[in-house]
Design a binder for this molecule. Structure first.
Ligand code: PLP
Length: 420
């Protein structure tokens, strides 16, 4: 399969007259169509809600689009809750899934009326002491050795998240005793997974738990949250996970486990990030220098500060050399940034058409979990973000950083007076 772009080289050249490279550009049409595909696939599941994992793409313009498409927001910190509120999301359309949570974040989540997803049994007393026990409570389950994870999140029993099964049952029992009547159950054990069966297995696992715990404790669950983790095809030969397949599998398991035991209605929640925006963001960069030593290097005007995944996970992200799409990929390059770190590479030993200084490179699938991870290490100023609107207009949705931003936390006046 060819990895397509939602813009032409001409369009990018026009954009670079106003906004210099590097920049990350999002495709609004792609994001909206994808969101509608997801909603359509799950339309027969009553009360289905996708809570967008804000950490994947914490840009309020993108979040506002997703809000308009009917998504809630999955937040894990106070600033993420503030961002959700800025785009008009509040109350139980916010899922607060944190871990090792500070008191002020629970306070904020409680004020905003968010669904509080509790990551540890010790937090029951912590909640009691800080905000009191909420009337809707959700626990995050960690199946430990009962399930296998994947490379990014790791083995569930090695993962810091969630409660063991015994703790889970104890947690609901205590909450029931404290008078809680509304319950939810959550898990998140996988990341960037393309094996679609895995998500059905997760639904079955949670439905089985709902049956077991409902009977044991005589409580009623309002929802299960299947978490996120749906992967995206990064390599041209990979296939996306079919939303329809997931919805069908979940519906079948629901009728066999939940309906058959008279435990409906049980709402199904998801909190995907990557699959929602990942494929619809593109990092556009220019070639600044070509270097030929023991290897051939393409030096771009971007760096891992703008997109971290290839450097920190060794992740493959496809590269297109604009205007050279039909040329033979007969040159082997390392495509680098300018950071003084040898893992600052977007690609290693990548076969590409012959590249010259001034060429424009587009890194695909940069719309999630890459830009927001970026740091200022080595004094690197992070790139801005643009939005390609459905009418082909381009607007800036975050400007590039400046030296002033980098120095914003320093007081140079005090430094002048500082005697050494
Ligand atoms: C990161 C995260 C998500 C989103 O994961 P994706 O891989 O982007 O779908 C959802 N829920 C929790 C609790 C997370 O930490």
């Amino acid at each position: 399969m060819i990895k397509k772009l939602p813009f032409s080289k001409e369009k990018i050249l026009e954009i670079t007259k106003k906004y210099r490279t590097p920049f990350l550009i999002y495709d609004e049409k792609g994001i909206r169509e994808n969101a509608r595909r997801l909603k359509k696939a799950f339309k027969d599941i009553e009360g289905f809600e996708e809570f967008f994992a804000v950490k994947a793409c914490p840009n309020p313009y993108i979040m506002k689009i997703l809000r308009e498409e009917g998504f809630g927001m999955d937040c894990s910190s106070l600033p993420e809750i503030l961002l959700a509120e800025k785009v008009g999301v509040s109350g139980e359309d916010i899922m607060f899934s944190s871990n090792n949570t500070p008191a002020e974040e629970y306070k904020k989540a409680s004020e905003s009326g968010a669904i509080i997803n509790v990551d540890d049994i010790s937090h029951i007393n912590f909640l009691d002491d800080t905000i009191g026990i909420p009337d809707l409570i959700c626990f995050r389950y960690n199946p430990g050795p009962a399930r296998q994870g994947n490379v990014i999140i790791g083995d569930p029993k090695e993962a810091k998240y969630g409660l063991t099964k015994a703790q889970l049952i104890e947690g609901y029992r205590i909450m029931k005793e404290k008078g809680v009547k509304r319950f939810g159950l959550h898990t998140m054990i996988i990341s960037n997974e393309l094996n679609r069966e895995y998500f059905i297995d997760t639904a079955i696992m949670l439905f089985d738990l709902v049956v077991e715990i409902s009977k044991k404790l005589d409580i009623r669950f309002e929802f299960v949250n299947l978490g996120g983790g749906i992967g995206i095809p990064l390599r041209p030969d990979e296939k996306p996970v079919s939303f329809e397949f997931l919805a069908d599998g979940i519906k079948k398991a629901y009728s066999e486990k939940i309906s058959a035991n008279g435990l409906g209605p049980l709402k199904i929640y998801m909190e995907c990030g990557r699959v929602i925006t990942g494929p619809f963001g593109y990092l556009v960069m220019s070639v600044r220098h070509m270097k030929h030593t023991y290897k051939d290097y393409v030096g771009t005007d971007s760096s891992m500060a703008d997109f971290m995944r290839p450097a920190i996970y060794g992740a493959y992200h496809h590269l297109t050399v604009l205007g050279k799409e039909n040329k033979a990929c007969d040159h082997k390059y390392d495509v680098t940034g300018s950071l003084c770190e040898n893992n600052d590479k977007f690609a290693i030993d990548r076969m590409l058409p012959e590249i010259e200084v001034g060429d424009i490179l587009v890194l695909h699938d940069a719309g999630a979990h890459g830009k927001p991870m970026g740091f200022n290490y080595n004094g690197k100023l992070r790139c801005g973000e643009l939005l390609l609107r459905e009418n082909n207009e381009v607007i800036q949705i975050r400007r590039q950083e400046t030296v002033e931003d980098y120095f914003a936390t320093l007081d140079f006046k005090q430094l002048e007076k500082f005697k050494v």
